[in-house]
Design a protein around this ligand. Structure first.
Ligand SMILES: Cc1cc2nc3c(=O)[nH]c(=O)nc-3n(C[C@H](O)[C@H](O)[C@H](O)COP(=O)(O)OP(=O)(O)OC[C@H]3O[C@@H](n4cnc5c(N)ncnc54)[C@H](O)[C@@H]3O)c2cc1C
Length: 463
């Protein structure tokens, strides 16, 4: 059958752009990138990673002394102009088509219900949107989500945030540093519930220091609007109270964007969590793959990009498909002050799973550079199995992302943490602390090793 394209990528966000970038190098010749909006980049560029990190940068660096909104927009435009635009991809041989895709059958889509396109393969990368809870009066009162909050042109005096997960916490901290009086409302008992309990506690303490008013175990019962504020009625531990804020931000979860794709016509299965795929990122329809936020997987830009690479590789080598199982564990950073880096399991999860393990912890004050830089609140914690393989790690540090990266390397390459003890790392960097962490593992295990004990008996035997 002669198809118009060999591959059509639907959605030009993190996953779709990675796929488009990789396609020529992998040998695809006729590729189209379909995007419903008039701009490429998706959530990460326009309403996710980029604006949130630009806002946090100004907030952490300058507090309320500098207006952040110009920097937020400038960061988006610089990336848009550099690479996330139609010309960039057209120059690489990818046809960029703007229009909303909907399936007619497993090989045919329409754009905005009109132009018909056929393709051998499809990659679904349509992303997710914020989930908005059903709260009385919420829509009439007006609220922000991540899709609108970065278009503010002035920092609000007061802000109520619903949701104590990564997005709620990052924005609570950014606005608090910028001088906004923030109220952070969460239904559960602790902030960042997926992290180590000690991390949640450190974040709670830092939020308090910044004057964030915390409402744990709290539900919002209704919202109403006055001339210039939103009034929230809260139910906390059985008691009712009201709070007021100039702006309200909803950050309570995500839902996949799938409804206008007519996936039924293509025979693709999905549910509220996203498109169903196998470990090769292939849907029930063998020529249609799905990656990124429109699937049930964790929602991160770096993960979406890696999944896209595996999916494309599987389309071109169908007999030697690569499993994406290794991506079931993904690292992430929550960009607070200090940052939180994480890969794999927490200590509690390792214990619950009954896995034999060793916990290695290095406090930042044991690293010389942390002392010279006056940044010694925090730690690196690694949980390893008896052979030194990483089961999980958490870093609490201003530059947690950089410190977590070598740990990600040994995780994915299944190396023992001992390999970091024999890696020469420049002094005085924060990363040189990883030498110390690995040395702790080495000394812990060699002391227990019977051959080592035998060989060193002479030195250990008192004269
Ligand atoms: C506030 C915030 C901060 C974040 N910070 C980080 C971070 O620091 N690090 C990190 O890794 N992740 C972060 N994320 C998550 C990250 O933004 C997402 O995981 C990532 O953008 C998902 O990429 P995607 O390609 O799957 O989807 P998206 O980026 O959402 O792209 C989907 C694209 O598909 C298009 N589309 C949808 N339907 C159709 C259709 N029918 N036809 C054609 N096009 C369609 C959309 O218009 C969109 O452009 C953050 C998210 C938020 C909300």
């Amino acid at each position: 059958v002669a198809y118009d394209y060999q591959l059509v990528i639907i959605g030009a966000g993190s996953a779709g752009l990675s796929a488009a970038d990789l396609s020529a190098g992998l040998g695809f010749t006729r590729v189209a990138l379909v995007e419903a909006s008039d701009r490429l980049g998706g959530e990460c560029l326009h309403s996710g990673c980029v604006p949130s990190k630009a806002l946090l940068h100004i907030a952490k660096q300058y507090g309320h002394e500098k207006d952040p909104w110009g920097h937020v927009q400038k960061s988006i435009s610089l990336i848009q102009n550099r690479s996330d635009n139609d010309e960039h991809f057209q120059d690489r041989g990818v046809s960029v088509l703007h229009g909303r895709a909907a399936f007619v059958d497993a090989h045919t889509i329409t754009l905005d219900g009109q132009r018909r396109i056929t393709s051998k393969y499809y990659l679904l990368a349509t992303g997710s949107r914020p989930r908005v809870p059903d709260i009385a009066g919420l829509s009439d009162s007006g609220y922000h989500t991540n899709e609108t909050i970065f278009s503010l042109d002035a920092t609000p005096a007061t802000l109520a945030i619903l949701g104590g997960g990564p997005i709620g916490c990052e924005l609570a901290m950014a606005f608090a540093l910028l001088g906004t009086k923030v109220s952070l409302i969460q239904s559960g008992p602790r902030l960042l519930p997926r992290e180590e309990a000690s991390v949640s506690e450190a974040v709670r303490a830092r939020m308090k220091e910044l004057g964030v008013q915390l409402y744990p175990n709290t539900d919002v019962q209704r919202v109403h609007k006055t001339a210039d504020t939103k009034v929230l009625t809260l139910q906390q531990d059985g008691a009712q109270q009201t709070i007021e804020a100039a702006q309200l931000l909803v950050a309570v979860g995500r839902q996949p964007v799938l409804e206008s794709l007519d996936l039924e016509k293509a025979g693709v299965q999905y549910d509220d969590a996203g498109v169903h795929t196998n470990r090769y990122f292939q849907t029930g329809q063998r020529n249609i793959y799905a990656v990124g936020d429109c699937t049930p997987s964790p929602k991160f830009t770096h993960l979406a990009g890696h999944q896209a690479g595996v999916a494309l590789r599987n389309m071109i080598t169908p007999l030697f498909k690569k499993s994406g199982r290794y991506l079931d564990v993904t690292p992430w950073i929550t960009y607070l002050q200090p940052e939180i880096g994480r890969i794999g399991m927490t200590e509690a999860e390792v214990k619950d799973a009954g896995l034999p393990h060793i916990v290695l912890q290095l406090n930042l004050r044991d690293i010389d550079r942390a002392i010279t830089d006056d940044a010694y609140e925090g730690y690196v914690k690694a949980i390893v199995d008896k052979g030194g393989k990483l089961l999980g790690a958490t870093v609490l540090a201003d530059n947690a992302g950089e410190l977590l990266t070598p740990l990600c390397h040994i995780y994915y390459h299944k190396q023992s943490i001992a390999s970091l003890a024999t890696t020469v790392i420049p002094y005085p960097t924060f990363a040189s602390g990883l030498n110390l962490l690995a040395a702790r593992y080495a000394s812990e295990t060699t002391r227990q090793n019977s051959l080592f004990r035998l060989l060193t008996r002479k030195w250990r035997t008192p004269n």
